[in-house]
Structures are given as C-alpha cells and as structure tokens.
Design a protein around this ligand. Structure first.
Ligand code: NAD
Length: 484
C-alpha cells in the first residue's frame, strides 16, 4: 500500500495522523496520506522562506529556466507513474489523463520558464524641473513564499499551472493538494529531488481545509501570496485569512457556464462541442457547460442528438483504453451530484437521459458512478440551473432571440466561461463582448493558448493567470527612478 508523505525542505515527512486515499472507480484503498499538522505546515513555510535566500535566489535566469525544463522532462520521463497516479486518484479515463492531464501538466513548467526570458518591463524617460532628466524603469522581483491550494478535478495540471509560473518568477511554494488527489503533487517532489531543485523551493503539505493543512497554510503569517483554485465558498474563507497581513490572493473559482447554440451553427460540430463541454471529465471541469441554450428551430433535433451522444459513452474501468467516461472523484461528490438529480426530478424536469446511477459490473459497483444526464423543462429560477453541480449533466433551454439568450446567460452570480456556436461572424463578435465571462469560446471549447488570460468574472475568480498575466501575481513590480 502506498504512503503519501509530506515533502518539506527536500525531505519526506510523516505525521502521526493519516487518512485514506480511495480509488473512485471501485472505492478500493490506494494508500494512506500523512496529514500535516500545524508545526509541519510551519516547517514547510520556513523552508520555503529560507530557500528564498539560498542557491535558488542567486541562480541566474538561464539556469532557472533550464532547471524548470528539467522538471518538465523529469515528469515526462516518469510519464507512466504520473499517469497511473492521476488515474487512480481521479478515476479519469486513460485517453483523457494521457492526452490532457500529464502532458499539459509537464508543459506548464516549460511554457512559463520560456516566458520569463522574454518579458520586458516598462521604461519612462522624464524631464525634471531643474531642466535635467530622469529615467524610470520597472523591476520585477519574486513575491516570496506562495501558498498553492489546489482542487481535485485536474490535480497535476492545475497545480503546475500555478507552480510553473511561481517558480519561473523565482518564488518558492508550499502546495496543499486536494485531500482527494494527493498523489501527483507527491510524485513531483521526487522529480524535484531527481533534477536537483534546491531544497525548500517546492514543498507539499497534505490534509483538508478547515482545521487542517489548508487553514494552517493560508493563515500562516509568513506566506506572501495565496493562489487558490476551488469553490467560491472556500475562496471567501481564504480571502478572510489573507486579509490578516494584507496578503495577495489569486482565485480561480466556481462557475455555471452557458453553452449557446444558434440555429445557424454547424450542427454536428455544435453537438460534438457541447458533448465535450458538458460531459468531459465526467462534468468535473470548471469551464464545463451545465446550462445549454439552443435556438428554437433546432431545439428538438439538438436535444435528440445530444441524448444519443450521452448514451454513447463507454463507462468502465479506466485502464481499459476503450473507456470514455469515468466515475466522479468520490462517493461524497457522488452524493452531492445525485442530490441535484433528485431535485431536478422533483421539480418536474423532463429527464431526457440518465438521472441516476448506471448499471455496472459487480467489481465497479462501489465506485462513485453517476449517469450522464440531460434535462429540459425547468424554469431558469431552479437551483439545478443556478447552482454549480460539477457533474456530467446539463439542462437545455430553448431561446428565440439573441437579447433573450444574453439575458439568461448573464443572469448568474458566476462569470467564468461560455461556449457559443454560430456561423455568423457578427453574432460571434457581439456575443463575445456581451457575455459577462472571463473566457468566451466561439465554435470551440477549452482551446487554450497559454499566453492568453485565464480567469473568471464576478464570483468565478479574482485576477488573471496565463502568459504575462501570471507575472502580475507572481512578481512584485518596483519602479526605479534614476535622476540623470
Ligand atoms: P474546494 O474549494 O472544496 O477545495 C479546494 C482546495 O481548498 C482543497 O485543497 C481543499 O482542501 C482546500 N480547502 C477547503 N477548505 C479550505 C479552507 N477553509 N482553508 C484553506 N483551504 C481549504 O474545491 P474542490 O471541490 O476541490 O474543487 C471543485 C471546485 O473547484 C469547483 O467549484 C470548481 O468550479 C472549482 N474549480 C475552478 C477552476 C477555475 O479555474 N476557475 C478550476 C478547477 C476547479
């Protein structure tokens, strides 16, 4: 049985208290996780602080870039270990984990390392009152010790999306992976030692949120910035913790994203696109589509086509290469998603497909499975349409006009992403401007150029990550004014 230990100052640290890590495919025990106590979190933060003035601080930029490339190569060298770890923790199918999670998780180190070599800062020459001149220029310095608090849906990818730029900018990190998915953050500790990352630059503390590693870390006064991906509710708690000492935060939070299909869309591509946005990773993608709006002339045909797609998934053991649909991350999350399935039925939704737990072979019966589910017929005021479910489900609503669909799409406290399907160029541009979201895809979904901004409007986030935008959080910008 695997033991998941804390990784502090380059060493493996056990604790007196462990918790179980289970595989959501069949609820089998993967191993035991060592929950970091307050002293161990403190030790990790101190190690990160000390590393800010060690060899990491004096390392020349090209050497830091080379080391981060080595980290990416180190992950790829152990691709199968990372793949197996991620598949066991999350239950996600081989096809998805091998094409998205691990390669993109590794690539994050290279992308941000390369970026850091090419970012200029501003310069302003000025005339001074005495008739002379002065030169202003910006200097970027690392923010310091960064707490990285992660969710479970794309564990390696979303963690390195933060650790990559944080280290590229010269910070040190203490990572708190989700209690559901401790494995890949732990494995990354091994890679860090293998490639010669100075001790204390990358630390991992395991545990839960309240009264555990999450709280100890985010309340720690020697943390300079907190970057968090997870639920909006948790973001509020972390923001309160960050207020003490006025620490910086960067938040990627929840969503209730609209998918909008106009009658002039390429029908097959729109069906394929919404199939992905609603059901990929069993609906556990923050950018996923749980509200679908389809223009009335194609409504019935679209509902039928999406139903066929939803019923075409192959559920099963995620090591089987033909499996296209996995379980939810945990039985606790299964209970939450099923509660919305019950709510939808109780509110009188038409259940187009799904709505319960699928029939599966005996060996998988204890896993966290739910059926891909589609509803129609609910009012926009229903909690099923207003609250983030984070499951493989969507409600499809007909609409007539562009104004009407914009109003419905924007009527939410969230504002993360949208996917719009149309062949009319003007509609595409108008919708992109009218939807109050951080990311608007037209005729695509989850198509990411890592140089572009990523983040949510309203209660979906605070700040932007990606490309130069990541630098805003991971560095402190100074102005130097030199009188000439
Ligand atoms: P969560 O908020 O329950 O947990 C996220 C992390 O926060 C975990 O590591 C958890 O242990 C920790 N945590 C919980 N309470 C804490 C506290 N009081 N103090 C400090 N840390 C605490 O979220 P989750 O269930 O792991 O992830 C799913 C959520 O994440 C969904 O809402 C989803 O939309 C969101 N998400 C957003 C994005 C994005 O980019 N906007 C990406 C992925 C997931």
């Amino acid at each position: 049985m695997t033991e998941f230990k804390n990784f502090i100052d380059g060493q493996w640290v056990t604790s007196g208290k462990t918790f179980e890590n289970r595989n959501p495919i069949d609820n089998s025990l993967i191993g035991m996780v060592h929950e970091a106590n307050a002293q161990q979190v403190d030790q990790a933060v101190r190690a990160a602080r000390a590393a800010l003035s060690g060899p990491w601080a004096t390392m020349k930029t090209p050497d830091r870039v080379a080391l981060l490339h080595a980290v990416a190569d180190g992950i790829n060298k152990r691709f199968d270990d990372f793949l197996e770890a991620e598949m066991m923790d999350t239950g996600k199918p081989y096809g998805l984990a091998s094409h998205v999670d691990i390669p993109r998780g590794a690539a994050n180190f290279k992308v941000f390392a390369d970026l850091i070599r090419n970012i200029p800062t501003e310069t302003f020459p000025m005339e001074t009152p005495d008739g002379g001149h002065a030169l202003n220029y910006g200097i970027r310095v690392p923010r310091g010790v960064i707490a990285v608090v992660c969710p479970w849906n794309l564990p390696l990818l979303l963690m390195t999306w933060k650790v990559g730029p944080a280290l590229a900018c010269g910070n040190t990190v203490v990572v708190k992976p989700s209690e559901e998915t401790p494995a890949t953050a732990t494995l990354l500790g091994e890679v860090m030692n293998e490639v010669g990352m100075p001790a204390g630059v990358y630390n991992v503390v395991h545990g839960f949120g309240p009264d555990s590693a999450g709280q100890f870390l985010t309340e720690h006064p020697d943390v300079d910035g907190i970057t968090f991906t997870g639920e909006t509710r948790t973001g509020e708690v972390i923001m309160r913790a960050a207020a003490k000492g006025v620490r910086a935060v960067s938040f990627e939070l929840g969503g209730k994203n609209p998918g909008i299909v106009f009658a002039d869309a390429d029908f097959d591509k729109a069906v394929a696109g919404i199939t992905r946005s609603a059901f990929e990773n069993s609906g556990q993608v923050c950018l996923g589509t749980e509200r679908v709006y389809v223009q009335r002339p194609i409504f019935e045909r679209f509902v039928q086509a999406l139903k066929e797609r939803a019923e075409g998934f192959k559920l099963g053991d995620n090591r089987d290469r033909n499996t296209t649909f996995g379980p939810l991350v945990s039985r606790e999350h299964q209970r939450k998603v099923l509660s919305y399935y019950e709510k939808a039925a109780a509110e009188g939704a038409t259940v187009v497909t799904g709505g319960g737990v699928p029939e599966l072979p005996e060996a998988l019966k204890d896993g966290a499975w739910v059926q891909p589910t589609i509803w129609t017929g609910l009012p926009e005021t229903s909690p099923v349409i207003r609250e983030e479910i984070f499951g493989p489900c969507c409600h499809i609503q007909p609409f007539d006009t562009e104004e009407e669909v914009i109003a419905m799409a924007n009527d939410t406290p969230y504002g993360l992403a949208a996917t719009v399907w149309t062949q009319n160029l003007s509609t595409a541009h108008r919708m992109s401007a009218a939807l109050n979201v951080g990311l608007c895809w037209v005729n695509s979904w989850f198509l990411r150029d890592l140089r572009t901004s990523f983040g949510g409007a309203k209660q979906s986030g605070l700040g932007r990550e990606g490309g130069v935008h990541s630098m805003e959080f991971y560095t402190e910008l100074r102005n130097a004014c030199i009188k000439l």
